[in-house]
Each structure stands twice: as structure tokens, then as C-alpha cells.
Design a protein around this ligand. Structure first.
Ligand SMILES: Nc1ncnc2c1ncn2[C@@H]1O[C@H](COP(=O)(O)OP(=O)(O)OP(=O)(O)O)[C@@H](O)[C@H]1O
Ligand SMILES: [Mg+2]
Length: 261
């Protein structure tokens, strides 16, 4: 009988709650949610942030850590980069920004293995993992290799994004990872002239789908150019504007996830 790939699962010593931030579709705000969630979780314990987007790492730039390099210590262990009190690892620290990582599956699996086994994460209450879009090798490798506490699914409100979010949810369900809930990003926008809510993307069947699946909508993050600007500047919105609507929404998200078992 073929070996069950999930038998390879091994906890990361010292690391408690591993939260995967995922989506089906690209560009819906996973990395934005992962960075801000990590920053907001500092209130509840020690936090690590792993960029599992091997082909499109965004976290070094978003966390203002572009020119940092992780140090290799004795026994070929990798010391993570620390930024805003968060231990971080990303392939972006190892390759030049703008150059492509041209790896096939086996290399990719090896890199993921190193991220989990050779990085000295130390004692962490939370490890937030920013996944690439879709339901491919990296996502599978994650759920096979480490016991993930839960997945936070990010989607924008419209059906085009929801269709892909459903695939991500299906993948986690089939591999036995709990869906902690969904973050609706770019949920609406406040018109700066009138202060009225505007629907930037049409509301699709998100709420009825979540109801039917008994999945919690954890929070709604409005579209706000400040969110994007903050990430571009390397000071995510939770750090730059902790008491704004978005900062508070991310803090509320962290509080809910910290309280969940
Ligand atoms: N709530 C928001 N308001 C304004 N801009 C946002 C918001 N959320 C994300 N963005 C911007 O949208 C773009 C895509 O976000 P992000 O990189 O987080 O998405 P992603 O899902 O990680 O993308 P990829 O699939 O490529 O990894 C970024 O420029 C980001 O700053
Ligand atoms: Mg991303």
C-alpha cells in the first residue's frame, strides 16, 4: 500500500498555532491580510510570519525588510529576520527582488522543508503563513508536512473571487484543515466626499454560501488606498494607523483567531 503522505506530518518544535492565509484567486489581499494579522497578533503572544509564496514573495517589501538577510548559524540553521517584533522568513530574502525563482516541484518542496525545519523559529504562539494563490504544490506541501491549526480564507465580495475561494475551502476540507473563517477584503469603500459606503465590487453570493457551509465571516476590510500605500511603504496599516477602521478590523480579526480553539 502506498504511504499516506500525511504520515510525514511533524510539528515545528516550539510553534503553537499555525494559521495559513489562503485564497483561490490571486491579488485579493492575502499578503496584506497575513502581514497585518501578524502585526495585530503581537498583542496576544509571540508571532512569526512565513512567506510561502516562493514565486512571488511580497513580505520583505510589505514589512519594510527588503535589504535584510537571514543569518546562517551553526549546524546550518537559519536565523529569521526580525521586523516589528515579528520573526520572518521569505525566499525574497535570498533572491534579488525582480529575479525569477525557476524551480520545479522537488526544489520547491525542499525549500518548504527548510522553512519549516531549518529556520530557528524559537517559541512562537502564532505562525502566520502567507500562501500563494490557488490550490497547488505549496498548499499541499504545507498541509502534508505540518499540522496547520486552521486556514483563513481571503476573498473579495464578488462571485468571480468566491468561485476560487470555494476551491481553496474544498482543498482544506479535504485535507483535514479547519476553516477558521473568511476575511472579506475590499468589501466596500467609503466615499471620501460623502462618507457613504460604495460597493466597489458587486456583492455576490458570499453570505448565503458562508451560511450554507457554516463558515464564519471573520471581518470585512474596506478598500482604502491607505492600506495599499502603507504596504508599499513597508509599514503595514496596523503599524502605521492602528486606530483607523482597517487597523481596528485587523485587530478584531486577531482577537477572534487568538480566542478560537
Ligand atoms: N483593503 C485594501 N484596500 C486597498 N488596497 C488593498 C487592500 N487589500 C489589498 N490591497 C492592495 O491590493 C494589491 C494586492 O494585494 P496583496 O498583494 O495583498 O494580494 P495577494 O492576494 O497576496 O496577491 P498574490 O495572489 O499575488 O499573492 C496590493 O497592492 C495591496 O496593497
Ligand atoms: Mg501575496
Amino acid at each position: 500500500m502506498a504511504a499516506n503522505p500525511f504520515d510525514q506530518q511533524q510539528a515545528i518544535p516550539g510553534v503553537k498555532k499555525i494559521i495559513a492565509v489562503a485564497s483561490g484567486k490571486g491579488g485579493v489581499g492575502k499578503s496584506t491580510v497575513a502581514t497585518n494579522l501578524a502585526l495585530a497578533l503581537r498583542e496576544f503572544g509571540t508571532v512569526g510570519l512565513l512567506d510561502a509564496d516562493i514565486y512571488g514573495p511580497s513580505l520583505p517589501r510589505m514589512m519594510g525588510a527588503l535589504n535584510q538577510k537571514p543569518m546562517v548559524s551553526e549546524g546550518n540553521k537559519i536565523n529569521p529576520v526580525t521586523r516589528y517584533g515579528i520573526k520572518m522568513m521569505s525566499i525574497g530574502f535570498l533572491v534579488e527582488e525582480g529575479s525569477a525563482v525557476v524551480w520545479r516541484g522537488p526544489m520547491l518542496f525542499k525549500a518548504m522543508d527548510q522553512f519549516f525545519r531549518d529556520v530557528q523559529w524559537g517559541e512562537l504562539d502564532y505562525l502566520v503563513i502567507d500562501l500563494p494563490p490557488g490550490t497547488g504544490d505549496v498548499q499541499l506541501s504545507l498541509v502534508q508536512k505540518i499540522p496547520t491549526w486552521g486556514a483563513v480564507i481571503v476573498s473579495t465580495p464578488q462571485n468571480i473571487s468566491l468561485v476560487d475561494a470555494k476551491k481553496a475551502i474544498d482543498m482544506f476540507e479535504r485535507t483535514g484543515v479547519k476553516i477558521a473563517g473568511l476575511v472579506e477584503n475590499m468589501s466596500y469603500m467609503i466615499n471620501p466626499a460623502t462618507q457613504e459606503k460604495m460597493q466597489l465590487f458587486p456583492k455576490g453570493e458570499m453570505n448565503s454560501y458562508l451560511d450554507a457551509k457554516k463558515i464564519t465571516k471573520l471581518t470585512e476590510i474596506p478598500f482604502n488606498p491607505s492600506v495599499s500605500l502603507a504596504s508599499e511603504a513597508g509599514i503595514p496599516i496596523v503599524e502605521s494607523h492602528p486606530t483607523g477602521v482597517e487597523g481596528l478590523a485587523f485587530k478584531d480579526l486577531a482577537k477572534k483567531l487568538a480566542a478560537m480553539t
